[in-house]
Design a protein around this ligand. Sequence first.
Ligand SMILES: Cc1cc2nc3c(=O)[nH]c(=O)nc-3n(C[C@H](O)[C@H](O)[C@H](O)COP(=O)(O)OP(=O)(O)OC[C@H]3O[C@@H](n4cnc5c(N)ncnc54)[C@H](O)[C@@H]3O)c2cc1C
Length: 395
Amino acid sequence: MSDNIIHLVLARLPDSPKDVKGISLFIVPKFLINEDGSLGERNPVSCGALEHKMGIKANATAVINLDGAKGYLIGEVNKGLACMFTMMNAARLGCGMQGLGLGEAAFQGALAYAKERLQMRALNGPKAPEKAADPIIVHPDVRRMLLTQKAYTEAGRAFTAFLALQLDIEEKSPDAEARQEAADLVALLTPVAKAFMTDNGYLATNLGMQVFGGHGFIREWGMEQLVRDCRISQIYEGTNGIQAIDLLGRKVLMDQGQKLRKFTKRIHKFCEANSADSRLTPFLEPLNGLNKQMAEITMQIGMGAMMNKDEAGAAATDYLRLVGHLTYGYFWAWMAKVALEKLDAGSAETGFYEAKVKTAQFYFSKLFPEIHSLIVTLKAGAKPLMDLEEDHFAF
Ligand SMILES: Cc1cc2nc3c(=O)[nH]c(=O)nc-3n(C[C@H](O)[C@H](O)[C@H](O)COP(=O)(O)OP(=O)(O)OC[C@H]3O[C@@H](n4cnc5c(N)ncnc54)[C@H](O)[C@@H]3O)c2cc1C
């Protein structure tokens, strides 16, 4: 389909260090280029196979064989990983969007199904007495699943719009301080966007399958494909475990929490500016409570990690989820504020804005409280993970 193909390849030169500090980036073309720019000799780089994957099957993943192929260095020797990060940060945000989009698609399917599928009666008496049974959307447990999908996807949308705005500010603002602040927020929140949105996306696709009951497991209904397609988003572009280590290690502890403080300061200001509106108290109180605890929790992990580095590794995944809820809590409180203002101003879209406020109530009552168990497990530290002898795992 094209005259030439180039591959960006990470490889180690023979005398380079054996760890990630010894990786360089190369460009490996299918056809070598002659002096005059015309296509030359065939470079021995070839597609060895296409992988058989669990999902994203229309997107071919290839095994590439490099049989003594010639590559050309891009950038400096041993700086390949830094070069690759030019692509990785954008790819991580894109990957988060993949989780978000698949969660949204699952929600749309599940919502339509829940309104149509008739099964049993509402616990408080029939809601559709003219029908043989009530639609399953009347059941609290089905509503739990739908609202979890809705709350995570709508917060994810607000989050990605916010990040897109920060990217624009980082690139285009004439104010150097604003550019730096935006760059810091993007750096801090990129691993959160990648991991929290894909973990929640996977949860949302699984809930979509569950709302469909037995049909969810049957291929024709489309839900199982969303689950399979979403699963890779937690693995590639750096596993979510690695995102968590990046957040806690590189983005938070390495700069003594400076970037995190920029974010918590912003949330603190938001809570303060809106404290007079008592309708927002159920949202602002828990948000402000977590926001105030972040410094202490982070410091505790940092102190523990100074004595034993495993303390940071043990805390990372819970920590990322905690920052995820801090972020979504901020956006749900913000969305509720805007919705109440619109309703006060007599907006004609009352259903839309009332739904925003009620979904914020659901989020803060049913999803945000996960922070309490996260804080407990974070504080349990590395010992319960590291105590078991490797040989004893099999017993
Ligand atoms: C469909 C598909 C497409 C892909 N496309 C590309 C592509 O285009 N370009 C490309 O370069 N790569 C691509 N990859 C590779 C992908 O990015 C990696 O598979 C992924 O980043 C995970 O790395 P790994 O497989 O080496 O896992 P490993 O690093 O072996 O990790 C295995 C497990 O150990 C954990 N782990 C590893 N190290 C640590 C640590 N220090 N602390 C805590 N936990 C740890 C991980 O979180 C994971 O759970 C693709 C993979 C797939 C499946």
